[in-house]
Design a protein around this ligand. Structure first.
Ligand code: BDR
Ligand code: CA
Length: 313
């Protein structure tokens, strides 16, 4: 039976590829809904981008909800410098005809977890953790019903991408991240340590165009845009691809390696705000609250992505 997930996201080119990967894999993954959060750009634009991606995929049966418009305690920080003015610059996607659902995204998360059998809903977080934290605060009873939280966020050995200490998703809403990491539900995290191994070399990006469908062309155009910032910044042979690691992990966990350890979120220090302090070597007896994924097989990851994108229109 397909695993039921909710995708919480701020699309974002890499979010869009993650959503397409999930929607292209209905035998393994049942997307109950997509919830937008403020992050790469503002909430309204992220929600619109999610609708565009759903239309691109041809899966008009998948509902999109709007969640929280800003972090729990802080001003929103956005990343137009990476993702462009629309958050999804690159492909020329039509204005969406689909409309947002009227219920709030946080309530959709709560209602779905309460309605479905216990431990059958996985939350996939691809942006700041505001919506997940708000759901846990509003409805603490859902915590023990969650099957797993799989999230892209954090960094430890690889250190930060928005500050020297912090990764963007955790940095934007560190209080939300602290709430999620302390909740007690099983957590698997895809930090920069693994996503920085998934480099979109020219050959790998070209493979998406070579698929010959509109989705492959759109993915190549998205990555062609978002890579500019990272190629200049890192000087690597390709740009990292972050959020699809979350969905790839659900489809083929054997691609990835890591270990369960304690992960705490820094919320007090202005210097290291949003740092994910991972006790990877188990030097404390703090609770082992997260599976920290540290490495992955990039060839297998891109092969999976290309094969699945090829199944879409
Ligand atoms: C994360 O930040 C966002 O800009 C990307 O979409 C990804 O979720 C990487 O740090
Ligand atoms: Ca994202």
């Amino acid at each position: 039976m397909a695993r039921k997930i909710i995708i919480d996201t701020d699309p974002g080119q890499d979010d869009a590829v993650a959503i397409l990967l999930a929607l292209a894999s209905p035998e393994e993954i049942d997307v109950a809904g997509i919830v937008a959060v403020a992050g790469n750009v503002g909430l309204a634009q992220n929600a619109k981008n999610a609708l565009k991606v759903v239309e691109l995929s041809g899966r008009r049966d998948v509902a999109v909800y709007a969640g929280c418009a800003r972090p729990m305690m802080r001003e929103l920080i956005t990343a137009e410098h990476v993702h462009g003015h629309t958050g999804l610059d690159g492909p020329d996607l039509p204005e969406p005809k689909l409309r947002l659902e009227t219920i709030h995204g946080v309530d959709f998360i709560i209602d779905t977890i309460r309605r479905e059998p216990e431990k059958t809903v996985t939350l996939c977080a691809l942006g700041p953790l505001t919506n997940l934290a708000m759901a846990l605060i509003k409805a603490p009873d859902i915590t023990e019903r969650i099957e797993e939280i799989v999230l892209m966020g954090g960094a430890y050995f690889e250190v930060g991408n928005i500050t020297p200490a912090a990764e963007f998703n955790i940095y934007v809403d560190p209080e939300a991240a602290r709430t999620v990491f302390a909740c007690g539900a099983p957590i698997t995290m895809m930090p920069l340590d693994v996503t920085h191994q998934m480099l979109g070399t020219p050959e790998r990006v070209a493979a998406f165009s070579a698929v010959g469908n509109r989705s492959g062309a759109a993915v190549a155009a998205m990555l062609g845009f978002s890579e500019r910032f990272d190629l200049k910044k890192y000087g690597w042979p390709g740009a990292p691809l972050h959020d699809p690691c979350v969905i790839a992990y659900l489809l083929k966990p054997e691609i990835f390696k890591g270990r369960v350890c304690n992960v705490e979120i820094e919320t007090a220090s202005p210097l290291t705000r949003g740092m994910t302090v991972a006790d990877y070597w188990h030097v404390t007896d703090r609770p082992r609250n997260a599976s920290f994924i540290r490495s992955g097989d990039a060839d297998a990851f891109y092969a999976l992505l290309t094969e699945r994108i090829a199944r879409l229109p």
